[in-house]
Ligand binder design. Structure first.
Ligand code: SF4
Length: 487
């Protein structure tokens, strides 16, 4: 039962994080999901103690923010009272349909459990930063392709058996492939990689490992039988103390930590867009025995807690047995005999029930008034743009609306970024929220500036040209002028 807490021992509950909007707690149920009545209870706690908003992050964690030290303690007590066991320790994540998806290549949960146990046994968790993570992806309908991780394991079929493709630092598109190995070797490579990271300190990630270290990780399984694997117990397993002859004995442990970020705290904040190419978790996903899961998402990753409560109550009345949180800011409803009325209720409550919904193309942090650091009403601006310019929000265009320069919802570059500061809503073209804006409008009027840009795209777009290509043709200076002048 390592890495499980029921009595407020979870760091997410007992040591919530400070944000621009008070304290934030993040919960991942051990069971993978919650009974509808537990989610209702949690929603009521969020209403009582938080800012009245519930969030599901890009990685599929539940978040409640706007807490004080006192209210966070009360919330933790109520989570205990609801009997919700939450995970603690380093995240070792599996897909939201792990073990119940008839299309998955392998059930990733046993391997994930073995990795958690090995991390615990090696005493690694306290030596690793809170953003270090491992993904174990069994494949199937809802993959973990878009979720970044320090180490990724993905099930692959090799003839009649299943092996695990190991890659390092990134999502499925950006991670560096290391090796394809059996389950035991996969576990051992994960632990070895995490040891190397731990040696570099709590700010380090696998992206900071040297080529030589990566080569060691990739190559050792082909030269070292499992029986000579280094002991991973805390007393013997430190890097540098391996037996002579082990490829690990040559590890370098003092390289400078790089500057790029794999999975920053901000990346867990809701509203963030993700890389990768996995299917959106919206719609029906067939399961065994003619059952299915219904996926919906929270627009920009958040919803009033009352709406979540109302939807969970409706789901319970329709026979739902479990509600899971899924990567992509989603809720998955299991146990329903029909989906249509719950889907209609979700849409009426403002949830996203259609993968083509333009809101899925906009990254927007909570902004003002939800976040005390916010300078613009991000979600209101996003809603207006989604309503008025849905036709231009094609897959080519990234639009990021950030309450301040921190850029929680989308740390990377976006084609267009609106960012709040003391001058109003700044526009950054092809940059991040931290960049110097090229033009400003008052925050309340920002959507009109974007409408001016989109109107120009509509007029100037060549047949077959996507919005991003047209935007590039208009040029940064021209776009800034369009934003500034539209009245
Ligand atoms: S980016 Fe948004 S959520 Fe993050 S601190 Fe700024 S206003 Fe708050």
């Amino acid at each position: 039962m390592n890495a499980i807490s029921r009595r407020g021992a979870c760091p997410a509950l007992s040591a919530p994080m400070q944000t621009g909007d008070g304290l934030l707690v993040r919960l991942n149920p051990v069971a993978g999901g919650l009974a509808p009545k537990s989610l209702i209870g949690l929603g009521e706690s969020a209403l009582r103690h938080g800012n009245g908003i519930m969030e599901v992050t890009a990685r599929g964690s539940l978040q409640i923010r706007g807490l004080t030290a006192e209210s966070a303690r009360l919330l933790a007590d109520e989570v205990d009272g609801l009997g919700i066991a939450v995970r603690i320790g380093m995240p070792v994540e599996t897909g939201p349909l792990a073990g119940i998806d008839p299309e998955e290549i392998a059930d990733p949960r046993p391997l994930a459990e073995r990795i958690r146990a090995a991390i615990e046994e090696a005493g690694l968790a306290p030596r690793l930063g809170p953003k270090v993570s491992v993904v174990v992806d069994g494949g199937g309908q809802l993959t973990m392709d878009a979720v970044t991780a320090d180490v990724r394991l993905k099930a692959v079929r090799t003839g009649t058996s299943v092996q695990w493709s190991v890659s390092i630092a990134g999502d499925t598109l950006s991670a560096k492939p290391l090796a394809t190995v059996d389950e035991d070797a996969a576990r051992d490579i994960v632990v070895a990689a995490l040891r190397m990271v731990a040696e570099k300190g709590r700010e380090a990630h696998t992206r900071d490992l040297s080529e030589r270290q990566l080569a060691s990780l990739a190559g050792w399984h082909s030269v070292a039988p499992l029986s000579v694997l280094p002991d991973i117990s805390p007393s013997r397993g430190e890097i540098g103390s391996f037996d002579a002859g082990s490829p690990f004995s040559t590890l370098q442990i003092s390289e400078t930590i790089g500057e790029s970020v794999i999975s920053p705290l901000e990346g867990e904040m809701s509203g963030r867009t993700e890389g990768g190419a996995s299917r959106k978790p919206i719609g029906l996903f067939p399961l065994a025995g003619e059952t299915f899961a219904l996926g919906i998402t929270l627009p920009y990753g958040s919803m009033p807690a009352q709406n979540v409560i109302d939807l969970a109550a409706q789901a319970a009345s329709l026979g739902a047995t479990e509600i899971r949180f899924a990567p992509g800011r989603a809720l998955l409803f299991l146990g329903l005999s029909t989906s249509s009325s719950l889907k209609a209720s979700a849409a009426a409550l403002g949830f996203v029930t259609d993968p083509a919904d333009p809101r899925t193309r906009i990254a927007a942090c909570p902004g003002t008034p939800a976040c005390a650091s916010g300078r613009i009403a991000t979600r209101a601006i996003a809603e207006t743009i989604a309503k008025e310019s849905a036709d231009l929000l094609d897959a080519s265009l990234t639009l990021h609306i950030s309450g301040c320069a921190k850029g929680c919802a989308h740390p990377g570059t976006a084609a267009l970024t609106l960012v709040g500061d003391e001058n109003g809503a700044g526009l950054v073209v092809d940059g991040t929220a931290k960049a110097l804006p090229a033009a400003y409008r008052p925050g309340y009027d920002a959507a009109r500036g974007v409408a001016g840009i989109f109107a120009a795209i509509r007029d100037a777009r060549h047949q077959g040209e996507n919005a991003a290509a047209c935007l590039a043709r208009l040029g940064a200076a021209g776009i800034a002028e369009l934003y500034r002048r539209n009245q």
